[in-house]
Design a protein around this ligand. Sequence first.
Ligand code: DC
Length: 220
Amino acid sequence: MPDAPVIVALDGPAASGKGTLGRRLASHFGYAYLDSGLLYRAVGWRMLREGKDPEDAAAAAIIAAELGENDLKSAELREDRVANAATIVAAHPDVRQALVGYQRGFAAKPPQGAPGAVIDGRDIGTVICPDADCKIFVDASVEVRAMRRLKELQDRGVESIYPRVLRDMEERDARDRNRPVAPLIPADDAFKLDTTDLDADAAFELAAAFIAARNKPDKS
Ligand code: DC
């Protein structure tokens, strides 16, 4: 029987660098990559587009249950207004429940027969894949994350100012960490990677070494 796919659960707050890190780890190990935040963004975006209030749990759950691959492709998913709607819909238990199957299916059978999956999100190591082989919790101070986010916005030509970006980041953090269902917390057995003083290369080296060590045939 072929080995079960290796699952790398990569959790952490907004702008902690886990997206860049996740893509790089996936390509390094030949694993498939899933940005689970896109699922919540897609629900948030459809709510906004259809003129619905993201606080409307019943409407959001219906959209989550109907979500298709095409919903994950809109350019608007990256916008801040969509990120804000995503943090609101992500707090509805029925929305989260509707998205569990897709994420677990991706982990159990990564696309194109890849031997593993890197899934980035908030609750992958705690709720979606509690038995993941490798759990990494990426974090950085909120000030550093806000600076990174500001730079990213400026690089895209979006006008923004630091105090506003910092305030948005603090609000999103509070919603993600304090919600009663699947809050953003590190799994007990997660490798905690603080990237406050690390550049992307240094973070990648540490995470890749952790994964390689966990996947040695003689791992205990
Ligand atoms: O990773 P991101 O910024 O694209 O995520 C957008 C929002 O979706 C985030 O504020 C919280 C939510 N989210 C979640 O609740 N659980 C996940 N596994 C991924 C994202």
